[in-house]
Design a binder for this molecule. Structure first.
Ligand SMILES: [Zn+2]
Length: 283
């Protein structure tokens, strides 16, 4: 992963997934820097690249959020018409973004494809679309099947991980695009680290019930304290179990909660924050 200070766009900072990002494919993770939101003391927590376009309605000006999308997408040579967003609800629902979906949902005044069905992952093989998922601690996962020119963007928090959204998205790519998991390059973006991700015993228990005792290796616990979950290593393990080669996976070691100047973090802010977005698109 490379940290980019984009000198063409004042203050814009993002991270590229270098095993995917190339002349053919865009694969980037936004930071909180380089946007226009949060210029007053009341809205400082949204400063400045808030991409929460259908989250906490009324908290940020819609115009600011759209301007933020325009800034980061134009830095990659894409415009609003290329954007695809999801109605994220911590589900394991996956949208196959085909011509029908684009036709059905590309109807906002700005012309981007705002999918209103609850879903937390999407896949496509259509060039010129920029799939996006919004996060502020949860794990963003980007996938690229270089052989069949297909891509995926996944929002995987612990609820998504529990319902197997990563594994299901890869199965969906196999079905739709005849993807061989060995051809997939995967990038796990900045998200909350094991340093900060304390969870309830009941969360650990529900993972054990779903996956078996082995899943406990992704949790640490002192006997008297609650467990901490390594949601990144768990996401990586799910990719490998699904057939992705370990050497084709890149993972950010940055913790969103430990880096409040760089990222929005739900946990750091007590839920009062903007959202970042991860983008993947075939040029
Ligand atoms: Zn941390």
């Amino acid at each position: 992963m490379t940290f980019v200070d984009d000198t063409n766009y004042n203050g814009l900072q993002y991270i590229t997934a270098d095993n995917i990002h190339s002349s053919d494919v865009i694969a980037i993770f936004s930071t909180r820097n380089g946007g226009v939101s949060g210029q007053t003391s009341e809205t400082q927590h949204l400063c400045s690249m808030n991409l929460a376009h259908n989250f906490s309605p009324g908290e940020d000006d819609y115009e600011n959020i759209i301007e933020n999308y325009k800034i980061i997408m134009s830095s990659q040579g894409f415009d609003m018409k290329s954007l695809v967003t999801l109605q994220q609800k911590h589900t394991s629902n996956i949208i196959v973004v085909d011509d029908n979906i684009v036709k059905k949902y590309r109807n906002s005044p700005l012309g981007f494809c705002q999918i209103s069905e609850a879903a937390d992952a999407h896949i496509t093989n259509i060039k010129g679309l920029l799939l996006s998922v919004r996060t502020a601690d949860c794990v963003p996962v980007l996938l690229y099947d270089s052989k069949n020119q297909a891509i995926a963007a996944i929002h995987a928090g612990w609820r998504g991980a529990l319902t197997g959204i990563i594994q299901k998205t890869i199965k969906c790519m196999i079905k739709e695009y005849n993807t061989n998991p060995k051809d997939i390059r995967a990038a796990i973006g900045p998200s909350i680290g094991i340093c900060c991700f304390e969870v309830g015993f009941e969360v650990q228990e529900s993972f054990v019930n779903e996956y078996g005792e082995y899943i406990k290796k992704h949790f640490t616990a002192q006997p008297e304290s609650k467990p901490f979950c390594d949601i990144k290593s768990m996401s990586k393990a799910f990719l490998i179990e699904s057939g992705v080669l370990e050497g084709n996976i890149e993972m950010s070691d940055l913790c969103t909660k430990c880096n409040p100047d760089l990222f929005f973090s739900y946990r750091y802010s007590g839920g009062k924050c903007g959202l970042m977005s991860s983008f993947i698109g075939l040029k």
